[in-house]
Design a protein around this ligand. Sequence first.
Ligand SMILES: [Zn+2]
Ligand SMILES: [Zn+2]
Length: 141
Amino acid sequence: MKNKYSGKCLCGAVTYEADGQPIIVAQCHCDECRRLSGTGHTVGAMFPSKVVTLKGTLRKFEYVSGKSTEVLKAFCAQCGSPIYGTNSRTPNHLTLTLGSMDDAKELDIQVVIFERDKQHWDQLGLDVMSFATQPDWKPED
Ligand SMILES: [Zn+2]
Ligand SMILES: [Zn+2]
């Protein structure tokens, strides 16, 4: 197993390293995660805050969750990529977005939360066509 996870935002201005293994890897379908991600869910790996080193300029957005806890989401100030979140329910911990990691091949989702809020379009049917890369298709003018 790896004992260090690194990651970066889309533009590369924000980078991070986390030592050791995540405490848990969770997929969340809550309303806030849906809007934050622009898609059906987020996937995050929770680490003790003290093992994570972040570099670069982050912008932060705070709100009160449906469970009355204080939530903070941190994004790259330049490109807007979501990097991590914290929740006052679990102080001294932060959750890094799995999509920002350079190599998360060894990690698997261990739990799905807010499953009741999962959108019907956020799961694939067997009849969905898939392409290895971008297909040549374009909309007709
Ligand atoms: Zn960036
Ligand atoms: Zn959520």
